[in-house]
Design a protein around this ligand. Structure first.
Ligand code: TXA
Ligand code: MG
Length: 393
């Protein structure tokens, strides 16, 4: 069809009028993208079914994947949920505002049933971003906001990413510059026994959760979490990342066929053609016992792929750059130092989008240690790769 007109970009952090205009759009049932500390969200009044419908439509998101509800203050939580476990309350005290979403029993009749995808729970968080908090306060309503990307695409960490994916499909974008964390919130559900089930790793690390909930009280691989990349099949009520498809549009290049093992299972819903957070090209994660082994294998595969006519890309950590003397610098994107996973988290999604801009069709990414934020980085890389792992030995 016709290419839709661009949505207005509401500029300037200092501009009260931008926030007022965006809040008015939300109250009138429109959709507005806004910055949070994690990624940009696409907001709608969570009580308004047609507004929430517009969010699903703009994203191309399957309707069985629930949205996170954003609030401006702790007191707003009690309107939305019936109960908060003491451990959940402790996590809220420790990490709100911040990149932590709690899945809690929803209070019936307040939110549009589309927000919760018919579940009896709702994910809620208070973002740690001045623009987001100002917008939520001005709107005066709970705001449902998934990441403001087309479903399956890397999440947006800049207003420009939102426009790339959603211009013309949404009411506007509040521009707050680059998102500080760069990866989505950690989604947790506190079990009756006080165990914290991590349904999606994110900006709050397992180590941080354990510091509050107690060592041994954090379950980073609960049965309730659906992790397509790892091949786990969860129960039907577990909808974390349910819009993750598997497989690749371009398929695996012949050069990598022997080395790569694709551990991803069949897509749960037939016809889902996008891999979560994925660039358009094929992506594989390379791991091994040493950076030298990883680099040797990756460099060989990239050269083979290039000979096969692929446009290649390499995602590496700064320390390893010198291990790839024969790989053209043009296709290399760095996630910064291994010592600073914060930097890797912040730059990951923009890096994946850069490969799209370069037209990359065959991309390899170095694995990183899964301590701290490294767990969330690896989770997103594995999903982007649809589970394709190359073991360099
Ligand atoms: O950092 C973030 O969380 C960003 C910013 C915009 O706040 N939002 C975000 O939303 O990542 P979204 O919709 O892209 O991801 C929400 C995740 C999905 O994996 C969804 O399945 C899960 O949270 N989720 C939401 N409500 C849930 C519920 N009641 N039970 C289980 N999982 C839920
Ligand atoms: Mg998302």
């Amino acid at each position: 069809g016709d290419h839709p007109a661009a949505a207005p970009v509401l500029r300037s952090e200092a501009d009260e009028r931008a926030i007022t205009a965006a809040a008015a759009m939300l109250r009138e049932g429109g959709t507005v993208a806004f910055p949070t500390e994690t990624v940009y969200g696409l907001g709608a009044d969570a009580r308004n079914t047609s507004a929430v419908e517009a969010v699903f439509a703009a994203k191309g998101r399957p309707s069985d994947n629930p949205l996170i509800v954003h609030i401006a203050q702790r007191a707003d939580l009690d309107d939305l949920v019936t109960e908060v476990h003491p451990v959940g309350a402790a996590l809220i005290d420790a990490f709100w505002p911040g990149p932590l979403t709690l899945v809690l029993p929803v209070r019936p009749g307040v939110l549009s049933p589309l927000v919760t995808a018919g579940l009896d729970t709702v994910g809620v968080r208070m973002p740690d971003h001045p623009l987001a908090l100002a917008l939520l306060s001005a709107a005066g309503c709970p705001v449902a906001a998934p990441s403001a990307n087309r479903s399956g695409r890397p999440s947006p960490t800049l207003a420009a990413h939102v426009m790339e994916d959603l211009a013309g499909y949404i009411g506007g974008v509040l521009d707050g510059g680059a998102a500080g964390v760069g990866l989505e919130s950690t989604v947790v559900q506190v079990q009756p026994d006080g165990t914290v089930a991590v349904l999606r790793p994110g900006g709050i690390t397992a180590e941080q959760l354990a510091a509050v909930a107690g060592a041994g009280a954090v379950d980073t691989a609960p049965a309730a979490a659906v992790d397509f990349a790892a091949g786990a099949a969860g129960p039907s009520t577990a909808l974390v990342d349910a819009d993750a498809g598997t497989g690749s549009a371009s398929g695996q290049p012949a050069g990598a066929a022997q080395a790569a093992g694709n551990s991803s299972p069949a897509p749960r819903a037939p016809g889902m053609k996008y891999t979560h957070y994925a660039p358009r090209g094929w992506l594989g994660v390379v791991r091994g016992v040493s950076p030298q082994r990883v680099a040797g294998t990756a460099a060989d595969l990239l050269q083979a792929a290039q000979r096969n006519g692929e446009v290649t890309g390499l995602l590496l950590f700064e320390e390893h750059r010198a291990l790839y003397p024969a790989v053209p610098a043009a296709c290399v994107v760095s996630l910064g130092s291994l010592d600073s996973p914060e930097e890797g988290a912040r730059s990951l999604y923009a890096a994946l989008r850069r490969f799209d801009e370069a037209g990359a069709t065959y991309i390899l990414a170095e694995a990183c240690p899964e301590a701290g934020l490294g767990a969330a980085i690896m989770n997103r890389l594995m999903k982007a790769a649809g589970g394709s792992v190359i073991d360099a030995g």
